[in-house]
Design a protein around this ligand. Structure first.
Ligand SMILES: Cc1cc2nc3c(=O)[nH]c(=O)nc-3n(C[C@H](O)[C@H](O)[C@H](O)COP(=O)(O)OP(=O)(O)OC[C@H]3O[C@@H](n4cnc5c(N)ncnc54)[C@H](O)[C@@H]3O)c2cc1C
Length: 567
């Protein structure tokens, strides 16, 4: 509807072709939400113009007009979908602006994890694909370690906005721990730079008569008024993307106030990120992988408890269905691995081919990795870990070559994509896909969860970040069957009640989106949900940024936007 007007106000592209609308109606979630138009801003001036355009339209009475940023659309919760203007950041707003080494300092993720050294910084535009950004940081031996399993697909803007995390999160935490500062366009259509502030800096900012000044005043007031409730509301897990990270804004012990925490994980509902400054760590040269084969899920809790006594960088898991998919669709699995690797890969996969043929497949494969610059130290640690779990009588292997190590990690990283690309007749249905439970509660939680799931006739795969108690359960469902929607709506609150019982998080990294926003009261209670509403109101009083996510989303939205039998 506004295509011609939009073309006049930005330098970038504007599209509303049938194929564009079709593409931007989907991400990796179970939803389909047709937008009205897609814009591709060239730079932050274009983003500012777009925010001002939406404000103007609202003043003219077009109350439905809104702006939803998008990276590559790999979100599994429907975060990048909306009905009005979708703003694709990846076409033009991409590029790594600077990578530099900094004087080393020690940092620690705020829950769990051990201290590590921060050695570098990088400035990067939000639409940059992580894979391209990583190439630039690695040139200096540096890495942003909280990359997701979708690292070859997604953009850094999407990673920040979902508070992404991945295989190294056990040691390094999530995106929120690595964002140093952000440039953002706020609701007044102006760009601001935000980072941690002292109390004095906050007081000075709060006096400014602009959107940032208003937000500083309101958020400070909000966190002080709800100090005790927020401390209690913070999920007791080492990962969380649910709600707004409002409990992390005010750091009492350091006397600092940090508004970046309300952009990280906010799914573009508080404003548009136009530049990211990340902290980086040095790449450690040596790694040793211990692979453990399990016969059933019940062995997980004890194994996790034993392994977490070690200084692991990574503790990941995937199940037999995942391996079967990798073997069955071996050609597409190899697609982005480079032709030179094909024969080596085939040779490496012989044991898995044999397992499939002979039926000797383990139920679960656990990857425990030690990383350091000292190869003798990690060899010793891997051997010690192997001895420590020997009483469990599990098959284990310490991996000798990088090629074999990469094979295991490639299966883990590609697990969801393989499944969603090849689930004929059925579709991947991420709706209870990202729960995190403190590993100490796994022995009680897991049996209750599997009992609940067994009440439904559903094929599902399990893969995930075991060290964080973060298991991705992905059912394959038939969206042509009307029962599918009912199962999703019935099972979600049951599973989330269990999550609440064990003080977990509904979503560690995939975020709330359309699928979980309606369940926020179940997890946090009405009082904290009201705090979330006040956060949204402070940043976006007119509700122009990605409406319906984090605040205001309903069960009806799930029903309305769930993929329909005809799609
Ligand atoms: C195969 C597969 C594996 C995955 N594995 C993981 C995993 O291990 N860990 C993990 O964390 N996630 C994982 N994900 C989920 C997803 O890939 C990540 O959340 C990813 O970081 C999203 O990036 P994107 O560029 O696709 O963002 P999008 O999907 O386009 O957007 C995600 C959210 O960010 C918002 N957003 C995007 N750009 C901006 C911006 N500039 N300003 C403000 N908001 C913005 C969007 O509005 C949306 O709400 C996986 C997904 C797939 C398909």
């Amino acid at each position: 509807m506004f295509k011609e007007e939009l073309k006049k106000i930005i330098k970038g592209d504007v599209e509303d072709s049938k194929s564009a609308l079709e593409k931007y109606s989907h991400d990796y979630s179970i939803f389909e939400v047709p937008p009205e138009v897609i814009v591709f801003p060239k730079d932050s001036e274009d983003v500012k113009a777009l925010v001002k355009f939406v404000n103007k339209k609202r003043e003219q009475g077009y109350f439905y007009v809104s702006l939803t940023p998008r990276g590559e659309g790999t979100c599994m919760s429907g975060g990048s979908l909306n009905t009005s203007i979708i703003m694709d950041m990846s076409r033009f707003m991409s590029g790594t602006l600077e990578v530099k080494k900094v004087k080393e300092f020690s940092q620690k993720p705020d829950i769990g994890g051990r201290s590590y050294a921060v050695s570098g910084e990088a400035r990067v535009l939000p639409g940059t694909f992580y894979r391209n950004f990583e190439k630039e940081t690695l040139k200096q031996g540096l890495l942003m370690p909280c990359y997701p399993a979708s690292k070859n697909l997604c953009t850094v803007g999407g990673m920040v906005a979902n508070n992404g995390a991945g295989e190294k999160t056990l040691k390094y935490g999530q995106n929120k721990d690595f964002v140093k500062s952000l440039k953002v366009v706020l609701d007044d259509g102006e760009e601001y730079e935000i980072s941690e502030m002292t109390k004095e800096q906050l007081e000075a900012k709060s006096l400014e008569e602009n959107s940032l000044g208003r937000i500083c005043r309101k958020i400070w007031n909000l966190v002080k008024r709800n100090e005790e409730e927020l401390k209690n509301a913070k999920p007791k897990t080492s990962k969380n993307s649910s709600g707004y990270l409002v409990w992390d804004v005010w750091n009492e012990s350091e006397n600092t106030f940090d508004l970046t925490k309300l952009f990280v994980g906010a799914q573009g509902t508080t404003g548009i990120i136009t530049e990211i400054t990340y902290r980086l760590v040095s790449v450690e040269e040596q790694s040793k992988l211990l692979v453990i084969f399990l016969k059933d899920l019940e062995q997980i809790p004890e194994l996790t408890t034993e392994l977490l006594k070690f200084d692991l960088e990574t503790l990941e898991v995937y199940d037999d269905n995942t391996i079967k998919f990798a073997i069955k669709f071996f050609r597409s699995f190899l697609k982005d691995k480079g032709l030179g690797g094909v024969f080596r890969y085939m040779k490496n996969f012989l044991p898995e081919f044999m397992m499939v043929l002979t039926g000797g497949m383990p139920k679960l494969i656990v990857l425990a990795e030690f990383v350091s610059n000292d190869k003798f130290e990690i060899q010793n640690e891997a051997e010690q870990a192997k001895r420590e779990i020997s009483h469990m009588k599990l098959k284990t292997r310490i991996i000798k070559t990088d090629e074999e190590r990469n094979k295991y990690f490639d299966i883990r990283r590609d697990s969801f994509k393989l499944l969603s690309d090849h689930s004929k007749g059925t579709k991947t249905a991420p709706f209870i896909d990202d729960i995190a439970i403190n590993p100490k509660n796994l022995p009680q939680y897991l049996p209750e969860l599997t009992k609940l799931l067994s009440e439904y006739d559903m094929l599902y795969t399990i893969a995930g970040h075991l060290g964080n108690g973060n298991l991705h359960i992905i059912p394959l469902m038939d969206f042509k069957d009307p029962k599918t929607e009912n199962i999703i709506l019935e099972l979600s609150p049951k599973v989330y009640s269990l999550v609440k019982k064990y003080e977990g998080s509904m979503t560690a990294e995939h975020n709330d989106g359309i699928i979980r926003t309606p369940f926020l009261p179940l997890m946090f209670g009405e009082k904290i949900v009201q705090v979330f509403a006040e956060v949204k109101e402070a940043f976006d009083p007119k509700n122009i940024f990605n409406p319906g996510k984090k605040v205001g989303g309903t069960i009806d939205d799930i029903s309305k936007y769930i993929q329909k039998p005809s799609s």
